[in-house]
Structure formats: structure tokens, C-alpha cells
Design a protein. Structure first.
Length: 125
């Protein structure tokens, strides 16, 4: 039988390992890409209705000054939901362009702040 020669333990160069993705990471990324494609093809809203309605009701209570409970119609809640999702989607898309311009894949808070500054919006209200 022929014996295989052992090669000395060399560290792989950083260029060759920077593009290597392990099997687990590959499956996670594949799953995320599938989910993104599914969400892009659907017309349903991403934020759950119940969570969004709780947030709106909490905001209404904080601005009602405790005198009375304010109510909101379902159609008004749905309009707010669709408008807020459209706004957030556009904000994330623009922030993603800014991150790509900086040769990054991850969006940072500074990207969103710059995007809002370019749009001439104030942070926090």
C-alpha cells in the first residue's frame, strides 16, 4: 500500500478563507434568501396586525392626556399600517444603497441617519 505523504500544517491564506462558507452558514443564508424572495413576491404586510394595532393604541393613549379613550376605525388602522410599511421599506432600500456605496453588506444606524438627513427628516419626531 502506498502511504500518503503528510503535508506540513500551513495556515491557509486569508484570501482563500474569506470566501469560504461552512455548510451551516450556507444553509442559513439559503433559507434567508428563500424567505426574502417569498416576501418580495407576496402582497401581504410584514408587520403583524395585532402588534401594529397595539402600538397605535399605545400611542393614542399617550397623546389623549388620560381624559378619555380614543378609538380608531379598522380602515384607518389599515391605512396607517400600509403607509408605515411603505415608508419603512423605502427607508431600508435607501439605507441599503448607502451601505453598498460604502462597500458593506450590513446596514448601520449611520446609514439610516444619513438617509433621513438626505430626505430632510428629523430623528425622533
Amino acid at each position: 500500500m502506498a502511504r500518503s505523504k503528510k503535508t506540513p500544517n500551513k495556515k491557509p491564506s486569508s484570501a482563500s478563507t474569506s470566501y469560504f462558507i461552512g455548510n451551516k452558514e450556507y444553509r442559513i443564508r439559503l433559507k434567508l434568501l428563500r424567505m426574502i424572495k417569498k416576501l418580495q413576491m407576496s402582497t401581504e404586510l410584514c408587520i403583524p396586525k395585532l402588534s401594529f394595532s397595539r402600538l397605535i393604541r399605545e400611542l393614542l393613549q399617550s397623546h389623549s392626556r388620560g381624559t378619555r379613550d380614543l378609538r380608531i376605525q379598522k380602515s384607518a388602522l389599515q391605512a396607517l399600517h400600509e403607509a408605515s410599511e411603505a415608508y419603512l421599506t423605502a427607508l431600508f432600500a435607501d439605507s441599503n444603497l448607502l451601505a453598498a456605496h460604502a462597500h458593506r453588506v450590513t446596514i448601520k444606524p449611520g446609514d439610516m441617519a444619513l438617509c433621513m438627513y438626505i430626505r430632510r427628516e428629523k430623528e425622533g419626531g
